[in-house]
Design a protein around this ligand. Structure first.
Ligand SMILES: CC(C)(COP(=O)(O)OP(=O)(O)OC[C@H]1O[C@@H](n2cnc3c(N)ncnc32)[C@H](O)[C@@H]1OP(=O)(O)O)[C@@H](O)C(=O)NCCC(=O)NCCS
Length: 173
């Protein structure tokens, strides 16, 4: 798939209207759990230990969003009691017109590389809703393995995991 250069950068206050409009997209609502709604104007400027908000841009155009956390350190403790040196990713493409064009694959490739850059990070976790079957295929293709089904609050989710060894076996791609 050929498109311009994709970059990940930290989200800023200027991105808030874009993030708010993406939250109104049906594909974003359908993939979101009950407690996944952020007040971006509050959360984007708030520095939280173990949490990053990254915007994916192609040739300067924002196309999607990533939240990356260290689940043992991040304040919400969404993942409960969990080992150190992990990362957990949330990903979404913003505009429905940008779905299914390979952008998500490139976003995940860059995000995984970013997560594994610190040598102590052992694995990456993702928790799609059980009903989000297209996302399951997407993660499996990227080299994630489904390890369990669990409830996060009212949300019935699968947990997918990519160990550092899975990443290397998958050609880091
Ligand atoms: C999952 C997602 C990030 C993938 O990005 P993408 O750019 O659409 O995906 P790519 O073009 O790189 O790869 C295509 C694959 O993505 C997945 N995909 C495509 N459209 C999708 C959609 N509307 N919803 C969920 N997954 C989709 C499918 O696995 C698809 O493969 P398929 O055609 O064999 O079904 C993107 O589809 C998305 O933002 N979906 C809605 C939000 C979401 O589900 N996020 C994950 C929550 S855990």
């Amino acid at each position: 798939m050929v498109f311009g250069l994709m970059k990940l950068r930290t989200a800023t206050l200027d991105d808030v209207p874009t993030l708010q409009s993406w939250d109104r997209e049906v594909h974003v609502i359908d993939a979101s759990g009950d407690d996944d709604i952020y007040d971006w104007a509050v959360e984007v400027p708030r520095i939280v230990d173990g949490r990053e908000f990254l915007i994916a841009e192609i040739d300067g155009r924002p196309i999607g969003m990533l939240q990356i956390i260290d689940p043992a350190r991040e304040e919400s403790h969404y993942w409960g009691d969990i080992a150190p040196d992990l990362r957990a990713i949330d990903i979404w493409i913003g505009d429905a017109a940008d779905l299914g064009r390979g952008y998500g694959t490139e976003m995940m490739r860059l995000a995984i590389e970013h997560c594994f850059a610190p040598p102590e990070v052992t694995a990456i976790l993702i928790d799609p809703l059980v009903r989000n079957t297209r996302a399951h295929r997407f993660y499996e293709r990227m080299g994630f393995r489904r390890i369990e089904q669990r409830m996060f609050g009212a949300d019935d989710c699968y947990v997918f995991r990519m160990d550092r060894a899975d990443w290397i076996a998958h050609g880091k791609g």
